[in-house]
Design a protein around this ligand. Structure first.
Ligand SMILES: Cc1ncc(COP(=O)(O)O)c(C=O)c1O
Length: 414
């Protein structure tokens, strides 16, 4: 059976701590040791698109391989030992992932990703009414509310690109039943003061949903301490597999089921069906078994390194990159100096797609486009930005390669 406590992941990750500092940034992570554990990080390739999806450590690949191979069986149904073992492992994965965000297992529903989690809440919520979103939101925290028929208000941003909570305070009324904000912006890296947002929402009787997609890989997250009502994230940005994510809430039982099928029921007749308690009632059909075990291994891996260390490491890289970009006349920087792990910028007279293509010729992979945040692009007055985003394996060589590549862009377009 897959070992969910993953001593392999922990010891490998722990070995990566404490030595061989990346030159130029103040950090305790040995990124050379760490990078060796990521087969996707081929030598000489500078991956600066971790906000889109993170590369996977070998420990996650191994956990998925075991779950799909030697240990594979269905869950919750089998009467044979392998299936019973897999059921235990699947539920242990839920416990492990819940503990990672300071929650208990009954509060964690496995979904396909953050997008599905937000759709679930938007569709299933018994009090569909007014929702306050912000200009910074990813399309997956806009479109589900539109499709599910909510009335939408939009909170503006501060001048440096954070959700303006003073404006939110003025805008919120007792008509609002929901506030849904990103914990960290996928474009600007701006962090949200979740505790204050929760206090403002609760003051008018609304609930707060936090889109934690970009936060869980970068900041320590304790949902109980944050005070929000729903917290969602995707496994693949947290060094885990695609196809799995989490909807956390301490009130899952107040939501009715939203998709019907096997597994989510208590008893089915043609006259009437009763449902399993949460979280099972939100997991219709055969669940993402392999992915759940892979995500538990990812959480082990990240925990062994420590999110405080990862956060400090990424902040140092952001500081170094922003400082070097700010020195270039051709560059416009977006977002606050305190952005978490993500830096968006533009270059005068060069389309971000051209920046991305030229950088790719130097083996530097950034993202260029609207980043699924078209309302934010409109607000910034651009069609697209170039975005560099870090992971726990990113280092000063990546920053240097990006800066060298941008100098080449300037020469080509200059
Ligand atoms: C802030 C934010 N929210 C939501 C999503 C959607 O995540 P997924 O496509 O994994 O459901 C993303 C993905 O880029 C994101 O960055």
């Amino acid at each position: 059976m897959t070992n969910l406590s993953s001593p392999f992941a922990s010891s490998e990750a722990e070995m990566a701590l404490g030595s061989g500092r990346t030159p130029g940034v103040s950090t305790s992570l040995d990124t050379n040791g760490i990078r060796d554990q990521f087969p996707g990080l081929t030598p000489g390739w500078h991956y600066l698109d971790s906000a889109a999806t993170a590369q996977k450590p070998q420990a996650v690949i191994d956990a998925c391989t075991l779950a799909m191979g030697r240990d594979y069986a269905t869950v919750h149904r089998g009467v044979y030992a392998r299936s019973a073992d897999m059921t235990l492992a699947y539920e242990a994965a839920r416990r492990r992932i819940a503990a990672f965000i300071g929650a208990t297992e009954d509060q964690v529903a496995f979904v396909r990703g953050a997008t599905e989690a937000i759709n679930l809440v938007a569709y299933a919520h018994p009090k569909k009414g007014r929702v306050l979103l912000s200009l910074i939101e990813h399309h997956s925290n806009i479109v589900p509310w539109q499709l599910a028929g909510w009335q939408i208000d939009v909170c503006p941003l501060t001048a440096d690109g954070r959700i303006d909570l003073d404006a939110a305070e003025r805008m919120l009324t007792p008509d609002h039943t929901m506030v849904a904000f990103a914990h960290v912006s996928n474009v600007l890296g701006s962090p949200l003061d979740v505790a204050r947002a929760a206090e403002l929402a609760h003051r008018v009787g609304a609930e707060l949903l936090v889109d934690g997609c970009q936060a869980v890989p970068r900041l320590p997250v304790d949902v109980a301490a944050l005070g929000c009502d729903y917290y969602v994230f995707s496994g693949h940005k947290l060094y885990g597999p695609t196809g799995i994510g989490v909807l956390w809430s301490d009130r899952l039982d107040t939501l009715p089921p939203w998709q019907g099928g096997g597994s989510m029921i208590d008893r089915v007749t043609f006259d009437r069906t009763t449902y399993a308690p949460a979280p099972t009632r939100f997991e219709a059909g055969t669940p993402a078994i392999i992915e759940a075990l892979g995500l538990a291994a990812a959480v082990d891996y990240v925990d062994a390194i420590g999110l405080d260390a990862i956060h400090a490491h990424e902040c140092a890289l952001v500081g170094s990159l922003r400082e070097q970009l700010a020195r270039r006349n051709s560059v416009t920087l977006f977002g606050p100096d305190t952005s978490a792990g993500i830096v968006s910028f533009a270059m005068a007279g060069v389309h971000p797609h051209d920046i991305g293509t030229i950088l790719d010729e130097s083996s530097v992979a950034i993202r260029a486009g609207h980043h699924c945040a078209q309302p934010l692009m409109e607000h910034l007055g651009v069609a697209a930005t170039a975005r560099a985003s870090f992971g726990l394996y990113s280092n000063d060589d990546d920053v240097a390669a990006l800066i060298d590549g941008l100098a080449r862009v300037e020469r080509i377009f200059g």
